[in-house]
Design a binder for this molecule. Sequence first.
Ligand SMILES: [Zn+2]
Length: 349
Amino acid sequence: YGQAVESVIVRLPLNDKVFRDVDFPVNIPHDNFFDCIFAIMAVDRATAELGWKSNNEPNFGPVHRLATDNSDDLDGAFRTLLRKMNQTRRQEDVIMEIKHLNPTPIEAQRRGSNNNWAADSVYRAELRLIQEKLSCGVHAGPNRWCYMTSEKPDEHIALGYEEICLWARSIHDNDSDPDCLLPPRCLRLPGVSPTAGHVRANTISKPSIPPIHVNINNAPLLPKANINQTAPGPSARNLKRTHSVVSTEESSDSDGDSDEEALRLSDVIHRLHRKFPLLNFPQYMPLLKQEGIIYAETVANFSEDFYTDLGLTEGAVGQFLSSVKRILGSEKREKKRVRAYSRQYSVEI
Ligand SMILES: [Zn+2]
């Protein structure tokens, strides 16, 4: 018991009515802590001012300061909370309630033409992606995701918010692949060897039929030596393109895309923003959302004029339409490949 790292329940405001409780170990580095909570709260780290209070302090009392650029306030808060936890004979949970001290009025958020949204959502797209990919039918729960290695597909490794936030951050930084097949190196999961990526890459090319390399987007293939997960930086993003697929599986794949989950426009826009930062596509997100254009598939249903009327600049519209179309195309091919790939794998087992 004495060895276990103590944790604190942190209650994060998602808006003025909805809250989410997340467990954080008290030895979490302050940067990771703030990355996580800003991603979950979806507020801008650069401008947000935070405070905290424990749930057993009076509502009208002062809020404690929580500076986000160093660890002093956080350390102090954790110390105080741990002390309270030891005092209250565990009758009642001690919860650290985070207060967003300078929230932007809703109206300003919606109308804001600056890069509010972009800054708000540094990891949000990635976080959502992971939440979707790692949601588990067996262990459904608001704070629970599951990762399974290819070696032991029936062994569910439970992930909480902290883990998926770290994972999101690592995808955001291009340190791991957005397909979520391999956990990032910064995340040490029980039973997953750091070389899992390498082993897996070998397993995939084992079938007797010579593997073909599928090349999406005409991006140059990586040299084979880079197949293991140790390749850092942007090249890691290309990893999935070098995974091989058995040709028969690829061609026999006949089920359509009708039951595929739609691609969220916010994810696509996030990608475009990386490529065309000066066009500042995220600024249009609230407008598009207001019109119900939430999925990338919906984009093509409207004309260029529609988007111009909506407030997109003429230069942005053309780029937007063609890029979304291109990403949708490559995403479909990619999903098809992942399907073929996982089927092939389950056959092997
Ligand atoms: Zn599970």
